[in-house]
Design a protein around this ligand. Structure first.
Ligand SMILES: Nc1ncnc2c1ncn2[C@@H]1O[C@H](COP(=O)(O)OP(=O)(O)OP(=O)(O)O)[C@@H](O)[C@H]1O
Ligand SMILES: CC(C)(CO)[C@@H](O)C(=O)NCCC(=O)O
Length: 239
């Protein structure tokens, strides 16, 4: 059994080969125990942007339980037709690279890979596979945490996407913050969309659905929601 694992800053997600289900566990809890409960594992392909300590604990647990070393994806300057534009490719997040690899294979044309998770990222890739650059910004939870500190999670309210369409003026701290953050998220996705007229927008991450809702009507037809391009990219990077 091959298992692909995406260790993000908030959540670790995994998928077993031949099974479309994605399992999620908080990254914080991963060093204590990986909640994998499937069949015996022969390969574990990993993308990790969380700390080295998390990865070390995870690798040690896999070695102890299945007697194998994890296979870690690493960014390469030129791979599978995708050419990374960073001067120092080791600085590019492997999650961004894998998402671009997956989109490059499936779109076959110019695209922008957007992730709305712990961070907001957008990466432009030309039709010939040249990575043109991108943006990194704090994601929704990070923006809230920067205002509320450790109580951010308490104040996070799961919102139905429709609520985000009409950003009302807040009349309490919470509604002012929610509205302000929504303005920034909306600004990000609509800037991306209006900067890449013609290109497909491949949108993923925990806040992808909310971002799609906030995307201007005239751009929505170019957006494809994907559930986890990082996991898709692992199969390309580590065949
Ligand atoms: N149940 C939920 N309630 C509220 N918000 C949620 C929920 N699940 C996800 N989110 C939103 O999704 C974000 C996390 O998304 P995701 O799981 O894609 O993160 P991640 O993969 O760890 O991030 P990254 O890859 O950027 O490190 C949170 O910051 C939050 O804004
Ligand atoms: C930006 C994040 C946090 C998004 O998960 C990740 O891709 C990362 O840690 N990147 C390193 C910095 C960079 O990509 O330039």
């Amino acid at each position: 059994m091959i298992v692909d694992v995406d260790i993000g800053n908030t959540n670790a997600k995994w998928r077993c080969q031949g099974d479309s289900r994605i399992y999620v566990q908080s990254t914080r809890s991963l060093p204590q125990a990986w909640q994998y409960s499937g069949a015996a594992i022969t390969r574990v392909r990993v993308a990790c942007v969380a700390g080295a300590d998390v990865l070390q604990c995870f690798a040690a647990a896999v070695r102890e339980r299945w007697g194998i070393d994890i296979e870690l994806a690493r960014v390469q300057r030129n791979y599978a037709g995708l050419a990374v534009c960073y001067e120092d490719v080791s600085r590019l997040g492997v999650d961004r690279w894998l998402a671009m690899l997956a989109a490059f294979k499936s779109v076959g044309d110019e695209f922008v890979a957007v992730s709305a998770g712990s961070a907001l990222t957008a990466d432009w890739v030309a039709q010939d596979g040249q990575h043109l650059g991108g943006f990194i910004a704090p994601g929704r939870e990070r923006m809230l945490a920067s205002l509320y500190g450790d109580v951010a999670n308490v104040l996070l309210t799961p919102r139905v996407p429709g609520e985000l369409l009409d950003i009302a003026l807040g009349q309490s701290t919470e509604t002012c913050v929610d509205g302000g953050v929504a303005v920034l998220l909306r600004g990000f996705i609509n800037h991306v969309a209006s900067r890449c007229l013609g290109a497909r927008i491949i949108l993923a991450g925990g806040d992808a659905q909310a971002m799609l809702t906030m995307c201007a009507q005239e751009h929505k037809f170019r957006v494809s929601l994907v559930s986890n391009p990082v996991l898709d990219g692992l199969a390309i990077a580590l065949p």
